[in-house]
Ligand binder design. Structure first.
Ligand SMILES: [Zn+2]
Ligand SMILES: [Zn+2]
Length: 309
């Protein structure tokens, strides 16, 4: 691989094929990676340099890399980490240990919300409902709602999530091929605040998943390597594998999909009416339907319990 292209001194250890760039560890972790995070936040006006933000941390590599690189890129931003204990056996315990170690080492305040003790259920309980075959999507809905609510209670300027380039491009492809153009708009890097929920932003919008992993790995950040036991055979894993194949044949492919998406967004926004948002009759939070997706799932869980007992 030769020498690092940035410093010209150290031995290069990472090849970024899409940029035809070979970098050493130091230049990657101290310059390239946090600089891209800073540029992404600034380019999409995610939050100002003195904002207070809540960072969703799952315990995995993305959230570890996210919390660390935000600290590097925005030393004046006030960070608070928010972790949901989803009650998934072993997986959740390991995730929590990693999150605690991470926040301790970075000196970041951590808020943990436990589904089981706060609301009496765990993600696995949905297996017995009509949502059982789509556990990942239920989990997504449950997490989104609670993270939004907690961020609102904390009164922060933005809720930050670790969605990376691969997450976004995979969701784009799946949403696009399903013909769900209305939903496509939801994949933008910044979603505006919907009172009382703060705006949602993705500083890793342009960060490939592999690089988030390498960053966390090179800096020895504490993160859990456990895969969620419910994830096997999920659509998103399959989609990402296919995208990796495409990317290896045609470096830069993922970024090209993202650029095409950005050109498409304004067209979609002016030609397809976006759902008007109202307030959920049950929880009172913003929703596109009279009862929000989260409350409908919780309802299914309760009626199943009613049948059982
Ligand atoms: Zn270098
Ligand atoms: Zn609701």
């Amino acid at each position: 691989m030769g020498r690092c292209k940035l410093c010209g001194k150290e031995k290069a250890e990472i090849r970024l094929a899409y940029a035809r760039l070979n970098l050493c560890r130091t230049c990657f972790t101290e310059k390239f990676f946090p600089n891209r995070v800073r540029r992404t936040v600034e380019a999409y006006k995610m939050f100002p340099a003195d904002a207070s933000v809540a960072v969703a941390v799952s315990g995995g590599k993305d959230s570890a890399a996210l919390l660390h690189s935000l600290r590097e890129a925005f030393p004046a931003v006030q960070l608070v980490a928010v972790h949901l204990d989803l009650g998934i056996p072993e997986y959740s315990e390991e995730a929590e240990r990693s999150v605690e170690a991470l926040c301790r080492s970075l000196n970041v305040k951590l808020k943990i919300y436990r589904l089981k003790s706060e609301e009496g259920f765990a993600i696995g309980d949905f297996k017995a409902t009509r949502y059982g075959s789509k556990l990942c999507s239920v989990c997504g809905v449950v997490k989104r709602r609670r993270l939004g609510r907690i961020a609102a209670e904390l009164g922060v300027d933005a809720l930050v999530t670790g969605h990376n380039l691969d997450d976004t491009v995979e969701s784009l492809m799946a949403t696009f091929t399903a013909g769900d153009f209305q939903q496509l708009v939801r994949l933008k890097p910044v979603l505006p605040a919907q009172q009382p929920l703060p705006r949602k932003v993705k500083p890793f919008y342009r960060t490939p998943e592999r690089e988030a992993f390498l960053y966390a790995e090179f800096l020895s950040l504490p993160f859990s390597r456990q895969k969620c036991p419910y994830l096997s055979g999920s659509r998103s894993l399959r989609g990402k594998r296919l995208l990796d194949l495409w990317e290896s044949e045609e470096p830069g492919f993922k970024y090209r999909v993202l650029s095409a998406f950005e050109k498409l967004i304004p067209l979609i926004e002016c030609s397809i009416p976006q759902p008007e948002y109202m307030y959920c009759k049950v929880c009172g939070l913003p929703s596109s339907q009279p009862v929000c997706a989260d409350c409908r799932r919780i309802e299914a869980l309760k009626s199943r319990n009613a049948v059982r007992t």
